[in-house]
Design a protein around this ligand. Structure first.
Ligand SMILES: Cc1cc2nc3c(=O)[nH]c(=O)nc-3n(C[C@H](O)[C@H](O)[C@H](O)COP(=O)(O)OP(=O)(O)OC[C@H]3O[C@@H](n4cnc5c(N)ncnc54)[C@H](O)[C@@H]3O)c2cc1C
Length: 312
């Protein structure tokens, strides 16, 4: 019997939330095909079978590796894909997913669709934004196995009441292994995985003023910090926070752009956000053309007032 294999991503032994959306997409495809969803974590982790089952998986396999290795993850995925008769393999288009997806496709001698934002589960045609979101590619994978990575925040967990059947699988040997992941954003969620992003640009005038941005993020539980390239290039913020064409692509529920002009390269990384709030003193700033709500004002007046309101 065929199946849809979906890869779970973990960090420090915990499941990363974006994977549950990918599991939900796997469920939709499996329902159209009339087959099972097998979820595979490529390293040992503390994963709740009810959470993964609720997101849409029938089976949960946890591999024995005690640390991440892109090559071992890919060879383990390719082997398990054959063992479970997978004709679809889905990953999340995270930094790690982008590393593993082409390796898996190569090992399975097939093609892949990367960073997809939609899939037609009947035709198996994937949609992926190109040219910074100004156009879309519709992609069909012609190999025996369809491999694809799905962009976070575009798919939904199945949200059902089900506990996946759990089992252990052997990991392949690692040729190169990650020994440490050092977080840079002060314990906040990664900007690419945050459902709310508070993002600052050159309008903040100095890195010393970032306490105003952090005060907004602190008042919104789970908010991540983003930045324009101008402030990253100036050394005000780490590259891990950069949003845009040469930074990260985000599509949160809420994106707050503070002192950011809205250059095309910045828009490329955030224009698919569900709600965009822009704060800028220039009423003609391009960001306002894409904003759901706009505040024309000086950040040094608006941000303290906003922080005070959020604290209420
Ligand atoms: C190949 C290439 C790739 C690029 N990749 C990226 C990328 O990945 N991400 C990215 O962001 N950029 C990228 N850029 C750079 C991009 O073109 C812009 O230069 C950059 O986004 C501008 O950043 P900014 O909006 O912070 O600064 P600015 O364009 O200088 O805008 C600052 C804004 O702050 C406002 N402002 C100033 N003072 C205040 C105040 N007191 N109160 C309120 N508002 C105020 C101004 O009105 C202005 O709109 C790339 C460029 C190239 C050529």
């Amino acid at each position: 019997m065929s199946s849809v294999l979906v890869i779970l991503e973990t960090r420090s032994g915990e499941l990363r939330p974006a994977c549950l959306e990918t599991v939900g997409a796997a469920r939709t495809i499996a329902d159209a095909k009339g087959c099972n969803v097998v979820a595979l974590a490529t390293e040992t982790a503390n994963i709740d079978a009810a959470v993964v089952g609720g997101a849409g998986a029938d089976q949960l396999m946890i591999a024995t590796a005690d640390a991440h290795s892109a090559d071992a993850a890919a060879t383990t995925i390719a082997r398990v894909a054959k063992e479970v008769g997978a004709d679809v393999v889905l990953l999340s288009a995270t930094v790690r997913g982008r590393d593993i997806t082409p390796r898996v496709a190569a090992l399975l001698d097939t093609g892949f669709a990367a960073d997809c934002t939609a899939v037609d589960s009947n035709t198996m045609i994937f949609t992926r934004p190109i040219c910074g979101g100004k156009a879309f590619n519709n992609v069909k994978v012609n190999g025996d196995v369809v491999v694809a990575s799905l962009r976070p925040n575009f798919f939904a967990s199945a949200g059902r009441d089900h506990t996946a059947e759990i089992s252990e699988v052997a990991s392949e040997t690692a040729l190169a292994q990650v020994v440490e992941v050092a977080a840079q954003s002060g314990g906040r969620p990664d900007v690419a995985e945050s459902t709310i992003v508070v993002s600052g640009g050159r309008g903040m005038a100095s890195p010393d003023n970032w306490n105003l941005i952090e005060a907004i993020a602190d008042a919104i539980p789970g908010a991540g910090l983003g930045a324009s390239r101008a402030v990253v290039d100036a050394g005000w913020r780490p590259h891990s926070e950069q949003v845009g064409q040469t930074g990260k692509t985000v599509s949160p529920e809420l994106y707050i752009a503070i002192g950011i002009s809205g250059a095309i390269q910045h828009l490329a990384g955030m224009r698919s956000s569900k709600v965009i709030v822009a704060i800028n003193k220039d009423p003609d700033a391009p960001i306002f053309k894409h904003a759901t709500y706009g505040i024309v004002g000086d950040v040094f007046e608006v941000l303290p007032e906003l922080a005070a309101e959020l604290a209420k």
